[in-house]
Design a protein around this ligand. Structure first.
Ligand code: AMP
Length: 126
């Protein structure tokens, strides 16, 4: 079944300027802003301006120019955060099992401290 996009989701409202955000970077097709409840000293969300529900939807349906734009901008965000030395983590939650809260594709960029194992062992064994 194709994904159905809810244009009233929180990030759609941010993209329309109806809700403010702490902008880090903006390009023709993408926007990066700080997470309102950061899980690391640096926690930036990178979102496409187009209407895509999750990473899978974006990868399958976005035009090449939008995909390239988002990836290049993620590189710029990483550079601005200065992650080359200590590293970072990029996460894309999707759907029910991925515990995605906001149904507009976004990439979490987390940096500034050691982030621990990627998944809790209890989840892997459960
Ligand atoms: P996810 O669970 O992957 O959908 O992540 C949604 C993220 O959006 C969470 O980390 C929230 O803290 C973040 N968030 C929610 N509302 C806002 C907002 N108004 N501005 C920035 N980030 C937000």
């Amino acid at each position: 079944m194709p994904y159905s996009y809810d244009s009233e989701n929180l990030f759609a409202k941010i993209l329309r300027g109806e809700i403010p955000c702490d902008k880090v970077h903006e390009t023709q097709h993408s926007l990066a802003f700080r997470d309102i409840a950061p899980k690391a000293p640096d926690h930036v969300l990178v979102v496409p301006k187009g209407a895509y529900v999750n990473f899978d939807d974006f990868c399958r349906h976005a035009p090449d120019a939008e995909i390239v734009d988002l990836m290049r901008m993620t590189g710029e965000v990483c550079k601005a955060l200065g992650v080359e030395d200590k590293g970072f983590r990029a996460i894309a939650n999707a759907g029910q099992h991925g515990l995605q809260e906001v149904p507009h594709f976004h990439l979490h960029i987390l940096a500034g401290k050691s982030l621990g194992p990627i998944l809790d062992r209890s989840i892997l064994n459960g």
